[in-house]
Design a protein around this ligand. Structure first.
Ligand code: AMP
Ligand code: ZN
Length: 449
């Protein structure tokens, strides 16, 4: 069986053929840690996790690398807002560490295989970034200006002719490239030579690195991913992921910066679609966002979000509503009920082929979810198994009659669905049968009366 993925660059599904036999170099653009991740951001990492699991199910070794953007316009601006204009690298680190830790917790809550990811912080990669920029200067693709070092799009286009092809063929046709743009984010209409190294300025407080050749300053946003990919893989990346908003300018610029050193920079580009709210992209700037904390406060399990997102398929925009999340939670808790009942009796192995068939078809997660009706053991493969099944802490499982265990899991499901009256009725029934439920911090337990 082979894995086919839709490649944004070629605009068609392609069979994965890794550069190194049996091993996949996999890169995911990570979060900008100036705030807690919203559930739109998390959609792109749930997608990356399903891709990782699919690669593993296909028997590949995977080197999965993710950057943490802890140096950029936004992190610096916010750190200075919090710690004042004298804020330096220490304050920036303190500011971003809080959100980095929050991000790791979010990944854990969503069963994203965090332990398999090699995280690389930008603030730890400054020497590699500087070296990369100096190489580009030497090769003639970057030049110094009074406010930093910029990438020369015209020179790249003259030599390679493919600037912006990730957006579309002939991207530059009829476009005028402006002189320079220092900010990290800009629209296609304001296309200009972009900053690789930003000379220190007042707005950066004391957040800068020294360098004789480049001058005091700090990296622009795009260069980090070129330098980190190169540092991690020393050559072509097999699969590179990030939300569709990263196609331009971020990924277009990553390609341009890297290809003077080696080609291709990346073989397959995968871009999951956005999570929307009432027709608009969920985003920090629009303020229409929810975090996992918001979900928990409303009584939802983060895994219900994972279920909801997998059910949509990654190439379609998904409109977030509380009703859809409620539906997802209900379906998932029904599956968890069955899961605790059949946990030991059926293994996922029997239905691996159809699962792999679905996932290998451009990660058809909705199709994979449909298989759960027949075999709930597949929950585990999809990262949807519950963190805690109703635990029977004070009794060994064999001591608990099957009937009681089943009633306990029904009560758990009722509680998750906020059917509290039904939950109480079930508790009373369990009591009549000789057991008391104790709700502890790590789940319910049963005791003989
Ligand atoms: P950021 O922290 O802004 O750098 O974004 C982290 C990841 O979230 C990137 O891959 C973005 O493309 C992705 N992203 C941002 N907003 C959304 C959204 N509404 N839906 C899905 N992915 C998003
Ligand atoms: Zn990136």
């Amino acid at each position: 069986m082979s894995l086919r993925l839709y490649n944004t660059l070629s605009r068609k599904p392609e069979e994965l053929q890794p550069v190194h036999k049996g091993m996949v170099n996999f890169y995911t653009c990570g979060p900008t840690v100036y705030n807690f991740a919203h559930i739109g951001n998390l959609r792109s990492y749930i997608f990356a996790d399903i891709l990782y699991r699919t690669l593993k199910l296909n028997g590949y070794k995977v080197r999965w690398v993710m950057n943490i953007t802890d140096v950029d316009d936004k992190t610096i601006r916010q750190a200075i807002a919090k710690y004042g204009e004298k804020a330096g690298l220490k304050e920036l680190r303190k500011f971003t560490d809080l959100y980095t830790r929050g991000f790791m917790k979010d990944l854990d809550a969503l069963n994203i295989s965090r332990k398999e990811i090699k995280f690389v912080k930008v603030s730890d990669s400054i020497p590699e970034i500087k070296k990369f920029i100096k190489k580009l200067i030497k090769l003639g693709y970057a030049y110094k200006a009074n406010d930093g070092v910029y990438f020369n799009i015209a020179k790249y286009q003259k030599d390679f002719g493919d600037y912006g092809e990730l957006v579309g063929k002939g991207f530059l046709k009829g476009k005028k490239v402006g002189a320079r743009v220092k900010v990290d984010e800009y629209e296609k209409e304001n296309l200009s030579d972009f900053a690789l190294w930003k000379a220190r300025d007042k707005e950066d407080g004391n957040i800068f690195w020294k360098d004789k050749e480049l001058g005091d300053g700090r990296p622009g946003w795009h260069i980090e991913c070129s330098a980190i990919n190169y540092g991690a893989f020393k050559g072509t990346t097999d699969i590179h992921t990030g939300g569709v908003d990263l196609i331009f300018p971020h990924h277009v610029n990553e390609i341009a910066q890297s290809q003077p050193l080696y080609r291709p920079f990346t073989k397959i580009w995968c871009h999951p679609e956005h999570l929307m709210v009432e027709g608009e992209k969920m985003s920090k700037s629009k303020g229409n966002l929810f975090t996992l904390t918001d979900l928990r406060e409303k009584g939802f399990d983060p895994l219900a979000l994972r279920y909801l997102m997998l059910g949509a398929g990654y190439k379609t925009k998904l409109n977030f509503t509380w009703e859809s999340l409620t539906g997802a939670q209900k379906r998932l808790s029904d599956l968890w009920n069955k899961y605790s009942a059949v946990k030991k009796s059926k293994s996922a192995r029997e239905d691996m082929d159809p699962l792999l068939g679905a996932l290998n078809d451009n990660l058809d997660a909705p199709q994979a979810l449909a298989l759960l009706g027949k075999n709930v053991a597949l929950l585990k493969e999809l990262g949807l198994s519950p963190k805690k099944l109703p635990s029977l802490r004070n009794e060994t499982e064999s001591n608990i009659p099957a009937e009681i265990a089943e009633l306990l899991s029904q009560r758990e499901a009722a509680r998750r669905n906020k059917q509290f009256m039904q939950a109480d009725t079930l508790r009373d029934r369990i009591f009549e049968l000789g057991y008391v439920i104790e709700d502890g911090a790590d789940g319910p337990s049963l005791k003989h009366r």
